[in-house]
Design a protein around this ligand. Structure first.
Ligand code: SF4
Length: 322
């Protein structure tokens, strides 16, 4: 893009942001955006965060309309938690390939094989799958959630790599569904080894959706929310970041004195990038596409999500007492 084109683009984004702000007020809406969203979408949001932060936010929000700049399961989770609100997903085709690696039917069949296992589902799953699960977790709270369960056997779905990481932290039998994130598996151990050789003083932080060989090379294994917290408190000046590249913008914005290097430029989630400022504006204009969950599924899925949020609340209360 040449200088003239890039200045037109900036002007257009400013215009769009003004239109969105105005319409957002008229509609009584809030915009939530995941850390992997495009920078220009993150800039429009009232709140940017990881799946846990966004679920907590959705459950506490007063606005009547939530524009969810993320992927389908995230908007569904907001719809599960807030049945009285309208939840808009600016591109209805923004799905998650990992969430699509399991269906309610296939989970029911697996539960039949392990009737004594507690089913824990990663939040990256459909409402139908959550409805068949005992409790949800996110990458930020997975170890705590599973540790708190009174069971020795866990059927963990759908991310085998997050499941494998948890199994190295706890003393329970874990049966892992063979799903994976096609974006995070693009980060390879050799990417980390090469970047470490170029930046020997750098800290390496990676997401638990990465392959075990990548996790083995990391200084810290963190959710994207955890990465933002780590970046603020570390003394390291250079940080190699093993997750979707969209997080680099937020990290750099919040920590201008530090350098963040994406572990792999190939770690781009095309579904997250489907959301644009234009589509966000159209969603507010049309009040569509709306994500809905049938009441029967919603009530059952909410039980699993609430159980996760309750474990988090008890944890916060205990922390405030200590
Ligand atoms: S980054 Fe991976 S897990 Fe997240 S939405 Fe994209 S495909 Fe799904």
């Amino acid at each position: 893009m040449n200088e003239l084109e890039s200045s037109h683009m900036v002007d257009r984004n400013v215009e769009l942001a003004e239109e969105i702000l105005c319409l957002k007020r008229q509609r009584g809406a809030v915009i939530l955006a995941h850390n992997y969203q495009r920078g220009e979408v993150q800039d429009l949001a009232d709140f940017v965060g990881d799946s846990l932060e966004l679920s907590q936010n959705a459950s506490e929000i007063e606005a009547q309309v939530i524009v969810f700049c993320g992927v389908h399961f995230m908007a569904e989770t907001a719809a599960i938690l807030c049945p009285d609100k309208r939840v808009l997903l600016p591109d209805i085709n923004a799905g998650c390939p990992m969430a699509n690696m399991i269906t309610a039917e296939s989970l029911i069949a697996k539960k039949g094989e392990f009737p004594d296992a507690t089913v824990v589902c990663y939040i990256n799953s459909s409402a139908d799958v959550k409805a068949e699960s005992d409790v949800c977790c996110t990458s930020a709270n997975a170890v705590k959630v599973i540790e708190s369960l009174h069971t020795d056997k866990v059927l963990f779905v759908p991310d085998q790599y997050l499941g494998h990481y948890i199994s190295t932290k706890i003393d329970k039998e874990m049966i892992l569904w063979p799903g994976f994130c096609p974006t995070h598996v693009r980060i390879l151990p050799e990417d980390i080894v090469y970047l470490k050789s170029e930046h020997p003083d750098a800290k390496v932080i990676v997401h638990p959706e990465c392959r075990p060989e990548v996790i083995a090379l990391a200084d810290e294994v963190l959710s994207t929310g955890g990465m933002c917290g780590f970046a603020k408190q570390t003394d390291a000046k250079v940080i190699i970041v093993g997750t979707e590249v969209g997080i680099i913008r937020r990290l750099s914005k919040e920590n201008p004195d530090k350098k963040f290097i994406a572990a792999s430029q190939k770690a781009v989630c095309p579904n997250m990038k489907r959301i644009t400022p234009e589509k966000t504006l159209w969603a507010l204009q049309d009040m569509a596409p709306e994500v809905r969950v049938t009441e029967e599924i919603r009530v059952r899925a909410k039980r699993a999500v609430d159980k996760m949020l309750d474990i988090g609340r008890v944890d916060q209360e205990l922390a405030s007492l200590s």
